[in-house]
Design a protein around this ligand. Structure first.
Ligand SMILES: Cc1ncc(C[n+]2csc(CCOP(=O)(O)OP(=O)(O)O)c2C)c(N)n1
Ligand SMILES: [Mg+2]
Length: 393
């Protein structure tokens, strides 16, 4: 679990190293889960799969500033973030893939939603509200890309109203409107009308909304050059940038493989948005998709060799590994221990989730067999040879 970060606090090298290695462990574990998850689908055990590979690192930085009471409204790439805020375990991720219908095993939707649609629970068993200010919240994803945007605007607008109005019974929902609504969206989905409408409204109303754009240059097989003006959504949106005379957005850009800059960028976004209620766009560039868009295709069929090679070299997990070694924060063998452990942890979580999914089916079969045996004995008491269909089946 990530702890909220205070960049101004001095820490010892030991505790800095511990934080960095914890972050590294989480991104490699999340990656292993994506790799193994894809195999589970392609070998026929799990349904459709879509994973967060290639987007791990920025989600770590986002999780560091995401506080209790905040809301996420995002899309299917955010497994690393959900793990970082402690709202998704590896076993739950696999239970989602197997569509386990037991809500205690698959808390996102008891296997009813598409996998990687991440939600937290807002109500108690008796239907009363939980204290949302004491938990990290995620409004459930919906499979239409872009549909997270209107929800994101509403959540941010709520904070604005809580700060402005003396709303009754607000204690469970807000502390003076200090809650930020954090959105995530893919680069291709920013071409949708609803994205621009929401940005316009957020700019007009000046709400505490931070929208991260995970830019991997593709929307399935379509490149930015074929669908985003200037091939860059932050350049396209430069007219939304606030200035000394007029309100608007703060637009931040950062490369998705740059760990220290990601942390600084999200800290900045957090400070501006939470305190001053200014909306922020964080354009996270140079991300990749190591195993392609989803289990329904292979990106090798439409990406050039140059692009595939570039993606291999610029994989955010690999870049963080290089950064750790270059800055002598840890040595190779320490990282290898983390990498090998992660493989084991993910394999075990997968096995556990599969066994838990199968157990009730195996138990039902165990209960059914004596019933069928009894029935068969019962039938044997009759002479079925006299029936016209006897022996036909
Ligand atoms: C409204 C809508 N149109 C099309 C789709 C099909 N679809 C699913 S994901 C996707 C591409 C999204 O690309 P991007 O926004 O860049 O996110 P990425 O998967 O690359 O992270 C499309 C077209 C959809 N789910 N919803
Ligand atoms: Mg994309």
């Amino acid at each position: 679990m990530q702890s909220n970060l205070d960049l101004n606090k001095e820490i010892s090298f030991k505790s800095f190293k511990e934080q960095v290695l914890n972050d590294y462990k989480l991104i490699v574990t999340s990656r292993e889960a994506s790799l193994l998850g894809r195999r589970e689908v392609l070998s026929g055990k799990a349904k459709f799969g879509i994973f967060g590979d290639g987007k791990e690192l920025p989600q770590i930085a986002l999780a560091k500033v995401f506080q209790k009471g905040d809301f996420r409204s995002g899309y299917y790439r955010d497994q690393t973030f959900m793990m970082a805020i402690n709202e998704l375990t590896l076993k739950q991720l696999f239970s989602g893939l197997y569509a386990n219908t037991d809500i205690s095993e698959e808390p996102m939707s008891a296997g009813r939603q598409m996998g990687a649609h991440f939600s937290t629970v807002s109500l108690n068993e008796d239907g009363s509200w939980k204290d949302l200010i004491n938990q990290r919240n995620s409004s459930s994803d919906v499979s239409c890309t872009g549909s997270q945007m209107p929800r994101l605007l509403g959540l941010a607008q709520a904070s604005k109203l809580y700060r402005k109005l003396k709303t009754k019974n607000k204690n469970k929902f807000s502390v003076n409107g200090n809650e930020v609504a954090w959105g995530t969206i893919g680069n291709a989905s920013t071409s949708e009308g609803v994205f621009f409408e929401v940005l316009n409204a957020a700019g007009v109303h000046q709400v505490p909304m931070v929208i991260s754009i995970w830019d991997d240059d593709y929307g399935i097989s379509v490149e930015n050059k074929d669908q985003t003006i200037k091939q860059s959504i932050s350049e396209a949106l430069s007219g939304f940038q606030r200035n000394s005379k007029k309100d608007g957005f703060e637009i931040l850009t950062v490369n998705g493989w740059d760990y220290p800059n990601l942390i600084n960028t999200y800290q900045k976004a957090n400070d501006i948005s939470r305190e001053k209620h200014i909306p922020i766009i964080v354009h996270v560039k140079e991300l990749t998709q190591p195993i392609g868009h989803s289990t329904s295709g292979s990106h090798e069929r439409y990406k050039s060799k140059e692009r595939l090679d570039w993606e291999k070299k610029n994989d955010c997990n690999l870049k963080m590994r290089e950064w750790i070694l270059d800055n002598k924060i840890a040595i190779q063998s320490e990282l290898e221990v983390i990498e090998n452990d992660s493989k084991e942890i993910v394999k075990n979580a997968k096995k556990d989730a599969w066994q838990t999914y199968l157990n009730p089916i195996i138990n039902s079969r165990k209960n059914l067999i004596p019933i069928l045996n009894d029935l068969s004995e019962e039938f044997n008491k009759y002479n079925l040879d006299n029936y016209p269909l006897a022996g036909k089946f």
